[in-house]
Design a binder for this molecule. Structure first.
Ligand SMILES: Nc1nc2c(ncn2[C@@H]2O[C@H](COP(=O)(O)OP(=O)(O)OP(=O)(O)O)[C@@H](O)[C@H]2O)c(=O)[nH]1
Ligand SMILES: [Mg+2]
Length: 303
């Protein structure tokens, strides 16, 4: 008797939800690598980012998206559009909510997703922060919104994530290998470098400053050296929108910029597997988030 080979399954799975609910943390956990930057500040993710998980039987292409919010700048509008578009032509939508603070906006998003007609799972994230009994009313409050599965998870501890992957694989259609087996994201090293610098700025800076930060990579060059001790030279400009913010980003005696630079360099060395020489410049560009040219320069465009 010949052994029947099971058909390969593949598909695109969008991660959708309000800012800060843990979409990027979940993406990184599921892909098992740092693909998308994470911070305690809302509106961390600004672009659509793919994280790809491939095994012998399936390929899941996760699509991380900017958190859905009410945009106040052109950058915000771009982020909103990006997230909305990401639910089109998708095989499965995973909507995330934060178990510690479900809000009316979550219910609005859940209802709006009904019209997309794609199969939908609801993931109640940050399970590690709540008592299991607190989850029951949350589940009940979404019971009319047509979710095929409602799964409590913790993207931080990984609780419930294996089960989530099982459900996702069951739900995937038969399909091709969309991306090469060893590919785990669609971002270039240059794009990842820019995101890592922005992440370290987000982690070190307070309040409204992070929202006004943009990073442009000016040059990115790997120099091969004897003994495999290669060096990557990265020059980048950090945009901010006020003179006062520039002073804070540089900090007293340059300490803040040094902290951001050295944390970014360490992450970049891990990512690239080379030594890194990172040079950062700060530039004030008032209202760059509303300026189409600046948005284009920083890669926030629809094309
Ligand atoms: N305790 C706990 N914290 C979590 C969990 N998932 C995410 N977080 C934290 O929540 C914050 C936001 O996480 P992100 O992954 O950046 O959230 P996001 O939904 O991608 O946010 P945006 O990109 O702004 O839309 C970070 O501080 C994470 O460490 C979780 O399961 N448990
Ligand atoms: Mg994110």
């Amino acid at each position: 008797m010949t052994e029947q080979k099971t058909a390969f399954k593949s598909g695109f799975v969008a991660l959708i939800g309000r800012p800060n609910v843990g979409k990027s943390t979940l993406l990184n956990h599921l892909v098992g690598d740092k693909v998308s930057i994470v911070s305690p500040k809302p509106q961390t993710t600004r672009n659509k980012i793919l994280g790809i998980l491939t095994d012998d039987e399936s390929q899941i292409v996760f699509v991380d998206t900017p958190g859905l919010h009410k945009p106040r700048t052109r950058l915000g509008e771009y982020m909103e559009r990006t997230a909305q578009e990401a639910t089109k032509a998708i095989d499965l939508i995973c909507m995330l909510v934060d178990a510690t603070k479900v809000q009316p906006a979550d219910h609005e998003i859940a209802r709006a997703l009904i019209k997309d007609q794609a199969p939908r799972f609801l993931l109640i994230n940050k399970l590690d922060l709540v008592h299991p009994q607190q989850i029951l009313p949350v589940i009940a409050s979404f019971s009319e919104d047509g979710f095929e599965e409602i799964l409590p998870i913790s993207a931080r501890t990984g609780e419930g994530c294996d089960r989530l992957l099982q459900f996702i694989r069951q739900r995937l259609p038969q399909g091709p290998l969309y991306y090469p087996k060893d590919m785990w994201t669609d971002q270039t090293e240059r794009q990842m470098a820019s995101e890592i610098i922005r992440e370290k700025a987000l982690l070190n800076l307070r309040e409204e400053i992070p929202h006004g930060i943009g990073v442009e990579i000016l040059s990115f060059k790997t120099i091969e050296r004897a003994g495999g001790d290669d060096l990557t030279e990265i020059h980048a400009t950090v945009y901010c929108d006020r003179e006062g913010h520039k002073r804070i980003i540089i900090g007293q005696r340059g300490q803040m910029l040094q902290a951001i630079g050295s944390q970014a360099r360490q992450s970049l060395e891990l990512l690239l597997g080379t030594q890194v020489n990172l040079q950062l410049w700060i530039k004030v560009r008032p209202n760059w988030r509303d300026n189409m040219n600046d948005l284009r320069t920083l890669g926030y465009t629809d094309d």
